[in-house]
Design a protein around this ligand. Structure first.
Ligand SMILES: Cc1ncc(COP(=O)(O)O)c(C=O)c1O
Length: 346
């Protein structure tokens, strides 16, 4: 059995999703004539109570477009040191927008209003870059799927209002936070100027992200998407996958979260596991005694694939294609490692 716990992006479209793709009505989306894309954008804008939404090929492009919309070259954004926009978007912040990042040493990828306030450069001190944007991530990726407390999100909003800063949410896995915390999309729509959400992570679509915002800022988003090379033609096939995903795959994220917690419980009983970070959603970050690469290789030999994250941390991610059967096999495998006491003896 092959069990792929590297990421929730490894899923393949189900038969039903493929049917939705095959039956999609399409048109040229560069002319805004693709009915499936238009429907997806309208549905997501309505879901978040915002005026507009725009389909993007990837989460990185949606975030990069948002940063471009909120900033001018030479300015600075504030983000956590683990932020995807800073670490994993190829330096796009500086390449695309000419913007620098003030990084905050947050908690599990999350930052507080006080930290944001303390990171704002005084606007009249012309030696420093002008602070113009705050980007937060919910759930956090490198922070181990952690979810913000909504009150903390509100407090950062107030700081943004007080200092005239844009407020962008990298919501690649916002769906996970919504089900884990029993929150709704509209409350997020009220709080942020722009939000990017991914359809290709926990929701299982082959590609696609959506950037959501009010008309004023989103009117320019289509031009920025064009500049970034993101104008797409008959992409309604992919929007249909996204529509299928939001209709059918949001609530079931609870299953991924429950399985992640069970994996965490088992890890906590194993003698060679030295720490398991709190598990809020579908990401499990842990540390082991001894050689991580050897552990990864030995697990691979048993059909289980996952990544090391550097600094001694290892990560499992549960997802739509991680079935109950795989889960039971995997938990048994972990427990049998336990009975052998040390990984070296596997
Ligand atoms: C938090 C976060 N933001 C943005 C992205 C970017 O998404 P994409 O891979 O579609 O560019 C990812 C991808 O894993 C992510 O984890």
């Amino acid at each position: 059995m092959k069990i792929d716990l590297r990421s929730d992006t490894v899923t393949k479209p189900s038969k039903q999703m493929l049917e939705a793709i095959m039956n999609a009505e399409v048109g040229d989306d560069v002319y805004k004539e693709d009915p499936s894309v238009n429907k997806l954008e309208e549905s997501i804008a309505t879901m978040f109570g915002k005026e507009k939404a725009l389909f993007f090929p990837s989460g990185s492009m949606a975030n990069q477009a948002a940063i471009k919309l909120h900033t001018q070259p030479g300015e600075q954004l504030i983000a956590d040191q683990y932020a995807h926009v800073y670490n994993y978007e190829g330096g796009g912040v500086s390449f695309n927008s000419g913007v620098s990042c003030k990084l905050i040493n947050g908690h599990r990828g999350m930052i507080t209003a006080d930290q944001v306030e303390a990171s704002i450069n005084p606007p009249d001190f012309y030696h420093s870059p002008l602070t113009s944007l705050v980007c937060i991530e919910n759930t956090t990726n490198k922070g181990g799927g952690a979810c913000y407390d909504f009150d903390d999100i509100k407090k950062i909003r107030k700081v943004c209002n007080d200092h005239n800063l844009g407020y962008h949410l990298d919501g690649a896995r916002l769906w996970n936070a919504l089900v884990a915390k029993q929150e709704n999309a509209k409350q997020y729509g009220e709080m942020f100027d722009t939000i990017s959400v991914c359809l290709s992570k926990g929701l299982g679509a082959p590609l696609g992200s959506v950037l959501i915002g009010d008309a004023k800022i989103m009117d320019d988003a289509i031009r920025v998407r064009k500049i970034l090379g993101g104008g797409m033609r008959q992409v309604g096939f992919m929007a249909a996958a996204g529509l299928y995903a939001i209709e059918n795959h949001i609530e079931r994220l609870n299953d991924d979260h429950a399985r992640a917690k069970e994996i965490g419980q088992v890890l906590n009983t194993l003698p060679f596991i030295t720490g398991v970070e709190p598990i809020d959603t579908n990401i499990i970050i842990f540390t082991i005694e001894g050689d991580e690469q050897e552990f990864i290789a030995k697990m691979e030999a048993k059909g289980v694939y996952f990544y090391g994250m550097g600094q001694g941390k290892l990560r499992f991610v549960t997802h739509l294609d991680y079935t109950q059967e795989q889960h039971e096999y995997f938990l048994d495998l972990l427990v049998s490692y336990n009975t052998r006491k040390a990984v070296q003896t596997i």
